[in-house]
Structures are given as C-alpha cells and as structure tokens.
Design a protein around this ligand. Structure first.
Ligand code: ATP
Length: 280
C-alpha cells in the first residue's frame, strides 16, 4: 500500500450512528465501518463543521500524527476521508472518557485497577517519547476506556514532533493551565519533561476520581503557587509510594523529573506491592 493512502477509506463503507459528543471542530458520532476484508468495526467519527482550507488542515493534522502511531494504549486511527465533508474515523471505545468513567464506577474501582490505568498511560507516553513526540494535553478527559481493564490515550490535537534538545513553542491560547508545568505556563516550553509533569497531574486526577486539579484556584494564580513550592495534595486513595513519584514528576526544574520508562518501572513496582498488600 503506498504511503499516504493507507488510511484513505470510502464513505460508502461507513454507517453513521448517534452523536457521542461535541469535539473542538464538530460533532463526534459512533458508527460501523466495513473494512476491505469484510470485517465490521465499531468506530467513532469526528466531523468538522467549518470546512475552510486552513481549519480543515488543523483538523486533519491530528489524524496525520496518529497515522504513525501503533500502540495497545493509544487510540487507533482507522482512516480519514479527505474529501468534503472531511471525517476522521477511529476505533470506538464504548465506555467513553476516563474522567466520567472514574465518577460512574467509583464504588467498584480498586486501587490496583487505578494503578493499572496509570501504568498503561505511562507506557503509551514512553512510546511517544521514543518517537520524539510531545503530547501536551495529558488529562483524564483525553483518555478513553476500551474495557474495565484497558485505557487508551487519545486527543493528539495538540501533539507535535520535537527534535532532540528542541522543544515546541506553542502559540495556542486554549492551554490547560492547571495541568501544565511551570516552564510551559511561563515560556510556552513543551518537552517530554513537561509531559512528565502533566502525566503526574493526570495520575492525581485518577486517584482523586476526576476532581479538577487546583479547583480551588484561578488559572492566573497557579504559577505563583507552583513557584512558592505549593503542589497538589495527596488524594486519599493515592498510595504514598505513588505520591512520592508524583512529587518527583513535579520537580520545578525539568531535568529533575524522571523519564517515562523509569516511571513505568516504578509504577509497576507500586502495583505489585499494592496487589501483595491488599485484597481490594
Ligand atoms: P477537545 O479538543 O475539546 O477535547 P476534540 O475535538 O478533541 O475536543 P474529543 O474530545 O476527542 O474531541 O471528542 C469529543 C467526544 O467524543 C468525547 O467527549 C468522547 O466522549 C467522544 N469520543 C471521541 N473519540 C472517541 C472514541 N474513539 N471512542 C468513543 N468516544 C469517543
């Protein structure tokens, strides 16, 4: 299959269903896609309501990044329809956003399962690190639940490739301040190390069952607090070993933070000790 056409699919092979939610560019629907082998795949279809050339390019840039990704804990791109109306077709994850799922399932989720989600997201980020990609928007709203024990990192709308030693200088104003590292807030500097900070905030959200980080502050107050040494407090459900990892992810200096591969190991170890020490 020639590069670049691999993900081109035909609208005739898609049956569109109900609306799942509202995305930044337009409605997201569920549906069924019949693949060339005749297999029927449940899909999520992202649409773009404003089809001007520059908006369309921004909309499709997420898909073009996703074309190169293949990981068990990253949302899978099925294909793209590049003729108007443009669509991005992804694998469907029935349980929706992790943030909502944590609230709905709070009484049945074990600590071990919460750690498992953290390990899976961390593995996805270690994979992106290996590709020199920064995600820039790691949060439970951007993680989808495929099944009770499998989550997928999604929403590559803000992702960029970065060269080694390089960083992406953001120009977007739609930035998730309460999740961001201080150097991202101050200088719009985004690196793997700032992704590590955000991952720490995402782990905090998981153990807080999707509370908003710093909900007690205004966006404008966050960076001052961080600079005076204030950090998110330990959520009740968060094991102390994991909270000490979070403190390291939130080192003020980017170089002081651990890498994703190291975090995968530490989280796995925390999972083993959790499973060994409790029955929940
Ligand atoms: P934003 O940038 O504002 O987050 P977006 O354009 O990235 O928006 P999404 O958040 O990805 O859009 O999608 C909108 C909604 O559609 C989400 O709330 C989610 O519930 C649903 N959705 C998106 N992709 C999938 C999928 N693959 N499986 C199931 N639901 C999905």
């Amino acid at each position: 299959i020639p590069e670049g056409t691999k993900h081109r699919i035909s609208r005739d092979d898609i049956v569109v269903g109900r609306i799942l939610g509202e995305g930044f560019f337009g409605e997201v629907h569920n549906g069924v896609y019949k693949s060339p082998t005749g297999e029927r795949i449940c899909v999520a279809i992202k649409t773009c309501k404003d089809c001007s050339a520059d908006v369309k390019e921004k909309f499709l840039s997420e898909a073009s990044l996703m074309k190169n990704l293949d990981h068990p804990h990253i949302v899978r791109l099925i294909g793209v329809i590049e003729v108007d109306p443009v669509w991005i077709v992804m694998e469907l994850y029935e349980h929706g956003e992790l943030g909502n799922y944590l609230v709905e399932q709070q009484y049945i989720l074990s600590t071990a399962m919460l750690i498992q989600y953290c390990v899976q997201i961390c593995k996805a980020l270690a994979y992106l690190e290996g590709l020199n990609m920064v995600h820039r928007d790691i949060a439970v709203r951007n993680v989808l639940v495929a099944s009770a024990n499998c989550v997928k990192l999604g929403d590559f709308g803000l992702s960029r490739y970065v060269d080694e030693q390089e960083y992406y200088k953001a120009s977007v104003s739609r930035l998730p301040i309460k999740w961001m590292a201080p150097e991202s807030i101050n200088f719009r500097r985004f690196t793997t190390a700032s992704d590590v900070w955000m991952f720490g905030v995402c782990v905090w959200e998981i153990f807080s069952l999707a509370q908003q980080p710093f909900f007690w502050l205004e966006n404008g107050q966050v960076v001052n607090q961080l600079e005076s040494g204030v950090r998110l407090p330990k959520p009740q459900l968060c094991p102390p070993t994991i909270y000490s990892l979070l403190s390291r992810c939130w080192a003020y200096e980017p170089h002081g933070r651990p890498g994703f591969s190291q975090l995968v190991c530490s989280l796995r170890y925390a999972l083993q000790t959790q499973v060994g020490s409790s029955t929940d």
